[in-house]
Design a protein around this ligand. Structure first.
Ligand code: GLP
Length: 240
């Protein structure tokens, strides 16, 4: 495991964007596993800047996102499809047909999850998987529980996740109660994992994830078993 301490949020974003850029330059048709939430915003901003300078080409890149809320569509500003569109896709030369997220509007959970697993398998291995860390140790929307869920599944979001994500919604009641997420096996099959951790309130859970017992109670703890993980943690000024 490679561990970087970033001096502030901008430093974290640039270090992570450098790793993603290197992946795209080394393999222009790479498959990137992407994440949402507030932590990756600076990374996407940096990637757009380098694209605009002519340093990056997304034309052959495929992206497969970790998760999506169930019950909201691409035109809903709170959906992860909307987030990806506005924070990255609309600003670079990516082919939308190569960008994948679970279909939040599919009410049939079994169908939505099977379809997403099919998409993941069809693309073989993810070259680089970007991950944020939930306050309760979740990755994607794999919430703490009794077992590691293997593949894409529908989750009931925990109260702590609903509370953490309510800042993006008008009220707590408006936060969807369910989401579709890649499973732990899908994530662990990525060739390389890049975990970014921004925020003092995540220090303790990061410590448990990296040095505590490997348990589904702290889903990120499974990353201890992956052979190629890079962690970038912001230990300095917080700002987004
Ligand atoms: C959401 C996402 C996760 C993300 C987490 C942390 O729950 N499903 O993929 O890592 O939030 O988000 P933030 O970076 O805003 O703290």
């Amino acid at each position: 495991m490679i561990f970087y301490k970033a001096k502030d949020y901008q430093d974290l974003s640039r270090k992570a964007a450098n790793i993603i850029s290197a992946q795209i330059i080394m393999k222009p048709d790479c498959v990137l596993g992407l994440a949402t939430g507030s932590s990756p915003l600076g990374i996407y901003k940096q990637l757009i800047e380098w694209y605009q300078k002519g340093d990056l080409d997304f034309s052959q890149v495929t992206t497969i996102n970790l998760d999506e809320y169930k019950g909201i569509g691409a035109d809903n500003p709170q959906s992860y499809r909307y987030y990806m569109e506005h924070q990255l896709f609309a600003h670079v030369n990516i082919d939308r047909l190569r960008t994948f997220l679970p279909d939040g509007m599919e009410q049939d959970s079994k169908k939505a999850c099977e379809e997403y697993n099919r998409i993941i398998h069809e693309h073989g291995e993810i070259d680089l998987q970007l991950l944020g860390l939930g306050r309760n140790g979740h990755i994607g929307f794999n919430e703490p529980g009794g077992a590691f869920e293997k593949e894409t599944h529908c989750v009931n979001l925990s109260m702590s996740t609903i509370e953490a994500n309510q800042r993006f919604f008008e009220s707590k009641e408006k936060v969807p109660k369910q989401a579709y997420t890649m499973g732990i096996k899908n994530i662990m099959q990525a060739k390389r994992i890049l975990l970014i951790v921004n925020g003092k309130e995540k220090e303790q859970i990061l410590e448990r994830a990296l040095n505590g017992p490997i348990t589904p109670q702290v889903p990120a703890s499974i990353l201890q078993l992956h052979s190629n993980v890079t962690v970038i943690k912001n230990i300095g000024k917080q700002y987004i």
